[in-house]
Write a protein that binds this ligand. Structure first.
Ligand SMILES: *[C@@H]1O[C@H](CO)[C@@H](O)[C@H](O)[C@H]1NC(C)=O
Ligand SMILES: *[C@@H]1O[C@H](CO)[C@@H](O)[C@H](O)[C@H]1NC(C)=O
Ligand SMILES: *[C@@H]1O[C@H](CO)[C@@H](O)[C@H](O)[C@H]1NC(C)=O
Length: 676
């Protein structure tokens, strides 16, 4: 996060060695490193196997491992119990208007500040991505344990985001949706106009997912009309953005690589499926989302490196890295849907692909950090973003180490609920690290291998939490990173996302299963038949949300469940028309279409629709966009070109073009044009 990979900036952003050693009340005296329980654990380890045998009277290896696992569990239990209220308190401290770290500093209600740090690094901003992940966690916690305080936070979040969608910024405005792809804003919701990696297309789908979680709660508690009128308009803009821009490049979640990021694509897919699910219950049009979603899921499969068994996190750019990246661990945990079992297409945490990837990503950090030295292959280690990282010298991050744990807790929940574990050739190396005798096949609950795996993975997962507990500040504060050599907690202090990552990982550890998003009903296109079309819609500023004061949980919730993903095209009042315009352009130029119907901006060039160059090649200069237009419309339209940094537009020549949209049909119409 928060780093722009312009090489000349790198030196400016990396603190001098002296700064990185002792920035925030880090006490490096020998005992200050550990909580008492961890202290006990390390002493225990020092006793060694012989001592264990004579002291504890446990002769065999298995018993010793069980002892160690129990001790680990107890010490993690202790830390989790202590850290949970601290994490909640400090997370809420970073949310306006009253959070203790941001109060009276111009932070409006519902705005998440990334970290109170204003220098080295300056994180005194609000990121759409961070805020959405934090509020998704809040909404899940709220749904399982209603409090009026969290409810106020959620309503504030809806209000802040409805407003934020209308804030013009260097990525663009709301008229064609492009401004929604801006990554960060000033804490008072003004635009951030400095140089940055933009756009970042994961913000809109992640925000939709967070808002959908709250909207589902409203539906399930009998407040459907409120969900439809107060929350849906903001969700809808984000879903439209996802359906329109999914197939264009943008910066990844670490804000460094321009290309296609696995995290962005997977988040987009989830938002479209879950948005269609909610939209159907609210009686809103959903065909745009259900049409695009299978294409996104199809594209999502292409990030898999089958030969080496891991997700290449950035493609279409950023290939100078191997691709092993905590990006993919975050996908596994944030797209977890227990109803999809161990489905690999949607990258469920217990799928063979996600487990093989977990091993590959975690292993990529084993040898590069000094603090991971000498840790056995079957034990947890500190996890960073990606091994080539140079930001702050490239350190482990709390949130990625928590994610490594959370994926395993998710997998354990599914295995236990389905009563079996399936091992494939793909996942075998992951399991063999933990249980040497693991074999390909399905191992039922009660079998030796099943039991061995459950206890080994439980301890493995706890190990990641233990690593973070060891390197957290002794008062429980969690910054962004910890030093790869000393383990000292460094970089942005009190990172809101770190607390959220702790809370979601430990909620899974405690057995709290998040509600599903329809992953089990998602369909993909047959492999090799991925399509490329993107669907444009019109965007409008959501009305300022206002919530009836009477909203409260229904005594016997749920009143209505949001579970079914709509399929097909049942009521095609709009016909999908794909405009294919062949126009040779240069970098920095964009082709747009404008026309007489509202769907084409009613001849207002400010409401024109940008075409996508996703299909543009040297031999075929294709610009394309699919637009849902009222069946039977008589359309007059024209294309024009804009050039980055140049005022005004360049119209194509000739008369206005005309096209009659056919009567209602589910077939997508193709209109082929050449720049004239
Ligand atoms: C629910 O929230 C209340 C108030 O914050 C808290 O005291 C209680 O422990 C929570 N219960 C659970 C199960 O999380
Ligand atoms: C667009 O989608 C196609 C089909 O899935 C894919 O091959 C291509 O890489 C994608 N491009 C971008 C920039 O998303
Ligand atoms: C196209 O239509 C617009 C709006 O009616 C009009 O202003 C413009 O003159 C037309 N262009 C041509 C070349 O006829």
């Amino acid at each position: 996060m928060a780093f722009l990979a312009i090489p000349s900036l790198i030196q400016d952003l990396i603190p001098a060695a002296s700064e990185s050693i002792n920035p925030w009340n880090w006490n490096l005296n020998a005992t200050g490193l550990f909580f008492p329980t961890m202290h006990a654990l390390s002493k225990f380890a020092l006793l060694g196997a012989c001592a264990v045998q004579s002291v504890m009277g446990l002769p065999d290896q298995v018993s010793r491992e069980r002892r160690e696992a129990n001790l680990l569990k107890r010490s993690v239990d202790d830390w989790v119990n202590r850290e949970t209220p601290i994490a909640w308190q400090r997370l809420l401290c970073n949310i306006g208007p009253n959070g203790c770290a941001v109060a009276n500093q111009g932070v409006p209600a519902g705005v998440v500040v990334a970290s109170p740090s204003r220098a080295n690094p300056d994180y005194w901003y609000t990121w759409t991505r961070d805020a959405a992940l934090v509020f998704k966690g809040i909404a899940d916690a709220f749904a399982r344990n209603y409090t009026t305080d969290l409810h106020t936070q959620l309503k504030n979040y809806v209000g802040s985001q409805a407003k934020l969608q209308g804030v013009g910024n260097p990525s663009g405005g709301l008229s064609d949706g492009q401004g929604l792809g801006e990554a960060k804003f000033m804490v008072d919701l003004k635009e951030f106009s400095g140089a940055w990696g933009r756009p970042q297309r994961d913000g809109p789908p992640l925000r939709a997912i967070a808002l959908i979680r709250y909207a589902k709660w409203l539906v399930e508690n009998g407040h459907k009309a409120t969900a439809a009128s107060q929350v849906w308009p903001t969700i809808e803009n984000d879903l439209k953005y996802s359906a329109q821009y999914w197939n264009q490049t943008g910066f990844d979640l670490w804000e460094e690589v321009s290309g296609s990021a696995f995290f962005t694509i997977a988040s987009t897919h989830r938002a479209l499926i879950e948005g269609a699910q909610l939209g159907a219950v609210l009686g809103k049009p959903t065909r745009v989302y259900t049409t695009v979603a299978p294409q996104v899921l199809c594209f999502q499969q292409s990030f898999w490196n089958a030969r080496e068994g891991f997700i290449v996190s950035n493609i279409n750019g950023g290939e100078y890295r191997r691709g092993l990246d905590a990006n993919s661990l975050l996908v596994a945990i944030h797209n977890f849907d227990p109803s999809a079992g161990c489905d690999a297409n949607t990258f469920q945490p217990c799928s063979d692909k996600a487990l093989s990837n977990h091993k590959a990503v975690v292993d990529s950090f084993r040898s590069i950090y000094n603090i991971n030295r000498g840790i056995a292959q079957n034990k947890a280690v500190a996890v960073g973003r990606y091994s080539e990282d140079v930001y702050y010298n490239g350190n482990p991050w709390f949130l990625s180490t928590f994610a490594a744990a959370e994926q395993l807790y998710d997998a354990l929940l599914v295995w236990k609920s389905q009563g079996s574990i399936t091992i494939t050739q793909t996942s075998l190396p992951f399991f063999r690290d933990q249980v040497a005798g693991a074999t390909v096949g399905t191992h039922a609950a009660g079998s030796t291998i099943y039991n061995q795996i459950i206890s080994a993975i439980t301890a493995y997962a706890d190990g990641f939490i233990e690593i973070n507990s060891r390197y957290a500040h002794s008062n429980g504060a969690l910054p962004e990173q910890f030093d790869r050599n000393s383990g000292a907690p460094i970089a942005a202090p009190d990172l809101t996302w770190s607390y959220s990552a702790f809370l979601t990982a430990t909620a899974r550890r405690d057995g709290y299963i998040p509600s599903g998003w329809g992953a089990g009903q998602a369909t993909s296109l047959p492999s090799g038949q991925c399509q490329k079309f993107e669907i444009a819609s019109s965007y409008s500023l959501p009305p300022t949300p206002s919530f009836p004061s009477s909203i409260s949980p229904a005594p016997n919730a749920p009143v209505e469940q949001v579970t079914k993903v709509p399929t097909g095209c049942t009521n095609p009042e709009k016909v999908f028309v794909t405009f294919n315009q062949r126009a040779s352009t240069q970098v920095g130029q964009v082709i747009k279409i404008v026309g007489n119907v509202p769907e084409l901006g009613s001849w207002d060039v400010n409401k024109a629709i940008p075409l996508s160059a996703a299909g543009y090649t040297g031999s075929d200069p294709l610009w394309a966009i699919t637009v849902p237009i009222q069946a039977g419309s008589n359309v007059q339209y024209k294309y024009f070109r804009i050039t980055n940094g140049v005022a005004g537009v360049t119209w194509e020549g000739g008369n206005n073009r005309s096209y009659t949209v056919p009567a209602a049909t589910c077939n997508i119409q193709q209109k082929n044009d050449n720049w004239q």
